[in-house]
Design a protein around this ligand. Structure first.
Ligand code: NAD
Length: 470
């Protein structure tokens, strides 16, 4: 179990985990992570880790996922750098206590909301964006003043190894630690007491994390997945819609939590859209996408086999080719898909895009509402009425009109799911909320005892006054 090796680096022994957590907790208790100067210095060091070691990050992402260099930049390295820059810029404002007014009965007094760090935070991350999903939570947890333990996914071992090697080289080792490993290490970690757990991954393990957290009453943020629909109306520009869908779906070979999982083609859009999707795939990845330097690979054989079995769920309109040795599955569009077929029974999480015709918007809304709440809902429509109806009549982690997978890069928007797609949120200021306790502070001077009116004995005058004031 724990003492096997990945990427040349020994994994963390499970017996070493309790002392690591104890060290992080002692650091937090000593107060070192609280000053804003420490937080800023750590964030800047994290930025250096990403920029100075850029070739390392690009290499490990290539090793684990065949990630093209630009994609490694836009969706992982650059993404985290932007998150850091935004946090450094806004941190002082985010941490400034917020004054709130006090009711008349308590005046004169002052009240404010003060954000305090929670303590020691556990981040468990998955393999699909292994840099982003380990380090974006780290940015928020450090910015909020916590100590942090990161457990990267064992399924992206090259990135996990790089995190284990480089994090201690750049960051304060007493405050930030990386534990490598899989189920055994996660299980041992979840037995320890943390002050917050942020887990990203599938919902089955999400349930395990939440159940383990009960023991210590640890709050949990669950960043899960699900089947994110894309509703396409027939009167929109289908060529542009197809290009945006192909871009969003086939980034990282479809292994993106917010990727459009399937298309609901409204009112006769299906056939024309399918043709446009096929054309957009050829335009972006050529006639043989296996040769494209801009197209990634499937993480491992298990997922390759799972995805290959889903190719039979409909008529292959584009793609469909596979190469197990290269872990390659072509960007694929399936037409004529039955809503009860296997490809619709699970989150696809790969480069297969089923198109399902629905007669009208009502049917599309019903289709979405009959299923688990997705992490995102996308729609391609020119109608403000349709947009309003989709926002108010469906529930999802987020909504994107005209563009899939892009909302996570808007710093002002919290990122998270709802229902089966997760609970809680992070990114930018939402991370500060997640990794802090908002402590209400009431401050009333002893100089003038205006509270006498509330003290017993309660006279008729006091009774009348207090009833009127409260
Ligand atoms: P994974 O297999 O890497 O697992 C995620 C983490 O859980 C890993 O660190 C793993 O070691 C740990 N883990 C596995 N089994 C465990 C157990 N029994 N107990 C404790 N920890 C355990 O990744 P995955 O689950 O295949 O990730 C893909 C899923 O994650 C998809 O559903 C996807 O939609 C979702 N996802 C969500 C987001 C988001 O931000 N909401 C982002 C990426 C992926």
């Amino acid at each position: 179990m724990a003492d096997t090796e990945t990427s040349g680096a020994p994994l963390t022994l499970t017996t070493n985990i309790p002392p690591i957590v104890a060290r992080l907790r002692a650091t937090f208790d000593g107060g070192r992570t609280k000053p804003i100067s420490w937080r800023r210095a750590q964030l800047r060091a994290l930025r250096r880790m990403l920029t100075e070691e850029r070739p390392t990050w690009e290499r490990v992402l290539k090793d684990d996922l065949g990630k093209p260099s630009l994609e490694a930049h836009t969706t992982e390295i650059g993404f985290v750098i932007n998150e850091i820059d935004h946090a450094v810029k806004h941190l002082a404002a985010w941490l400034r206590p917020q004054r709130v007014s006090v009711p008349l009965g308590l005046a004169p007094a002052r009240a404010r909301r003060v954000r305090e760090p929670l303590g020691t935070v556990l981040v468990i991350s998955p393999w699909n964006y292994p840099v982003n999903l380990s380090l974006t939570p780290l940015v928020g947890a450090i910015a909020a003043g916590n100590t942090v333990l990161i457990k990267p996914s064992e399924l992206s071992p090259a990135t996990s190894g790089a995190l284990a090697k480089l994090v201690p080289r750049f960051l304060d080792t007493e405050a930030v630690a990386v534990v490598e490993g899989g189920v055994a290490e996660s299980t041992t970690l979840l037995e320890q007491r943390f002050d917050h757990i942020l887990y990203t991954g599938n919902a089955a393990v999400g349930r395990i994390v939440m159940a383990a957290a009960v023991k210590h009453l640890t709050p949990v943020t669950l960043e899960l997945g699900g089947k994110s629909p894309a509703v396409v109306e027939s009167d929109v520009d289908l060529a542009t819609t197809a290009r945006r869908l192909v871009w969003g779906k086939f980034t990282n070979a479809g292994q993106t939590c917010v990727a459009p999982d399937y298309v609901l083609a409204v009112g006769g859009a299906a056939e024309r859209l399918q043709r446009e999707l096929a054309a957009a795939i050829t335009e972006m990845f050529g006639s043989d996408p296996e040769l494209s330097p801009d197209y990634g690979r499937i993480i491992n054989e298990r997922h390759f086999d799972r995805l290959s079995a889903l190719l039979g769920s409909g008529e292959v309109v584009a793609g469909g080719r596979t190469n197990r040795e290269a872990l390659y599955i072509a960007p694929t569009v399936l037409g004529g898909v039955d809503p009860d077929s296997p490809v619709m029974a699970q989150e696809i999480f790969g480069p297969i895009l089923p198109v399902i015709p629905v007669p009208d918007l009502d049917a599309a809304i019903r289709f979405v509402n009959e299923r688990d709440k997705p992490l995102a809902l996308y729609a391609f429509t020119d109608s403000e009425v349709t947009k309003r109806r989709l926002i108010t009549e469906t529930s999802s982690g987020a909504v994107g009109f005209g563009l899939p997978i892009a909302h996570p890069i808007v710093p002002g928007l919290p990122f998270g799911g709802v229902g089966e797609s997760g609970s809680g949120a992070y990114h930018a200021e939402a991370s500060i909320d997640t990794f802090s306790h908002v402590k209400p502070v009431l401050d009333k001077s002893l100089a003038l005892d205006t509270m006498r009116v509330a003290y017993a004995p309660i006279t008729r005058f006091k009774d009348r006054l207090l009833r009127r004031m409260t």
